[in-house]
Design a protein. Structure first.
Ligand SMILES: [Zn+2]
Ligand SMILES: [Zn+2]
Length: 449
């Protein structure tokens, strides 16, 4: 039977901005469902307060940003973004993430508890390997590698996206992808239920977009119930919180990608350092330009290249960050050279920087260096102090310029679809641009040492 609602109210001011306010309430024995509804004043004027829920001992039980005003968490099910399962007895907290305050906001939280009998939730995460892997290794033979096509950054109704899980998969299949990673903002709730939405041969990897007040990053390759704490514990030493969180990801063999470092939205821009704990940088997020003056991806590629020149090597990766139907999944698309359609093989490919990015799935880049019969592909190292032969061939692109870029800038360019040239450099990478100088394709470098 539902009990009478518990009402909590209060005021938040500009001093609370970019902090979390915890509103405690008691959960008595026998409770099987918690319904939370909240509201606050000044939304029209720009006030924005996010919603989340913590169980006993501040265990994470869900987060929905500003996308939901009422949510349920129960033994057997939960609103998207929230974690179903047994409800611990004791003090719980409604979490109010005070994102933006333009004028003092009065908030009201209404909590309704219910003790009707309910079954227990059973998690059904997606397998970490596609059920019928398309890369088959004949017995006794070395592994066969293929460039898998995927998207490392996607959203659904489980955070602030507009798609159901099935709709996202159907878009991915129509685009010819081999995999996507599910990266909802600060919640793993989708990671618990993808199992019944993944068709044979396709892979959905587990991830979270760790959404902090100092920038966003993707934690991928997580365990089903793994939560990555987005809080910054000391604003004077933000990197300490980042490093601790990334270490949690690495402990489970996961991978950390710094997202959209120059995004224009509030708190989306990266204000941590480009710390070497981070494994990769999303140098291309969504359409190359979201509006004619958008320079966020241009700045990201420039920053990544500057770091390369300084000898700080991050894998360049990409993600569509798709939230809604007017955008395309896997624009841009990331290809990873893998010997299996599995999360671990894809992360191995990312770590080896065997990665390139194109605007469209039909665009392909083949790029390698040769020296004295030794060949090195994208992401590899070639040991020599002498000249090397750089060869690049592009397929499927519209009219474009193919550029070979070294630590000294553009070294060679052509409007033909292939180029083979003798060069000397510390690293060589490829960019493919159209007549407006917009990016159509981009590889990780090959290093020469
Ligand atoms: Zn983001
Ligand atoms: Zn995102």
């Amino acid at each position: 039977m539902p009990r009478s609602p518990i009402i909590r109210c209060g005021i938040v001011t500009r001093d609370d901005q970019l902090n979390q306010k915890l509103v405690p309430f008691d959960v008595p024995p026998g409770t099987t469902s918690i319904y939370v509804k909240y509201s606050y004043t000044g939304r029209e004027g720009g006030n924005a307060i996010d919603l989340g829920l913590l169980g006993i001992d501040k265990e994470f039980r869900g987060y929905s940003g500003g996308s939901k005003f009422e949510v349920t968490v129960a033994n057997d099910q939960a609103s998207p973004g929230y974690i179903p399962g047994l409800l611990g007895v004791g003090e719980w907290y409604v979490l109010l993430g005070v994102y933006n305050i333009t004028s003092p906001a009065s908030y009201q939280v209404e909590i309704t508890l219910d003790d009707s009998s309910r079954p227990c939730f059973k998690a059904n995460p997606a397998p970490a390997r596609a059920s019928s892997s398309q890369i088959k290794r004949p017995p006794g033979q070395p592994p066969t590698f293929r460039w898998l096509k995927g998207d490392f950054h996607t959203h659904t109704l489980y955070s602030d996206g507009k798609f159901t899980l099935d709709e996202l998969v159907s878009k991915a299949l129509n685009r010819g992808l081999d995999f996507i990673f599910s990266t909802e903002h600060n919640t793993f709730s989708a990671n618990l239920v993808w199992g019944s939405h993944v068709p044979a041969g396709f892979l959905v990897g587990r991830g979270i977009e760790v959404t902090t007040f100092a920038g966003h990053w993707n934690a991928i390759g997580l365990m089903p119930h793994q939560f990555i704490d987005p809080r910054i514990y000391d604003m004077r030493d933000k990197d300490a919180s980042l490093v601790a969180a990334v270490e949690e990801v690495h402990k489970s063999d996961g991978f950390a990608i710094l997202n959209h470092p120059f995004a224009e939205c509030k708190c989306c821009e990266w204000t941590f350092s480009f710390h070497d704990h981070i494994d990769a940088i999303e140098v291309w997020n969504g359409p190359w330009k979201r509006h004619p003056k958008d320079e966020s991806n241009i700045k990201a590629v420039e920053k990544w290249d500057k770091l390369l020149r300084e000898g700080k090597i991050f894998t360049a990766s990409a993600g569509s960050d798709i939230h809604e139907p007017r955008f395309e999944i896997a624009e841009p698309l990331t290809r990873v050279l893998s010997d299996d359609v599995s999360v671990s093989a894809i992360i191995r490919g990312l770590r080896a920087r065997h990665v390139y990015i194109t605007q469209h799935p039909s665009y392909e880049i083949e790029f390698y260096l040769c020296h004295n019969g030794e060949r090195a592909g994208i992401g590899d190292w070639l040991k020599t102090t002498e000249d090397v032969i750089a060869s690049v061939t592009v397929k499927g692109f519209p009219e474009c310029e193919v550029r070979l870029i070294t630590e000294n800038g553009i070294a060679e360019k052509t409007s033909r679809t292939s180029l083979s040239v003798k060069m000397k450099a510390n690293y060589i990478r490829v960019e493919v641009r159209n007549a407006q100088d917009d990016m159509l394709g981009l590889t990780n470098p090959i290093w020469i040492l």
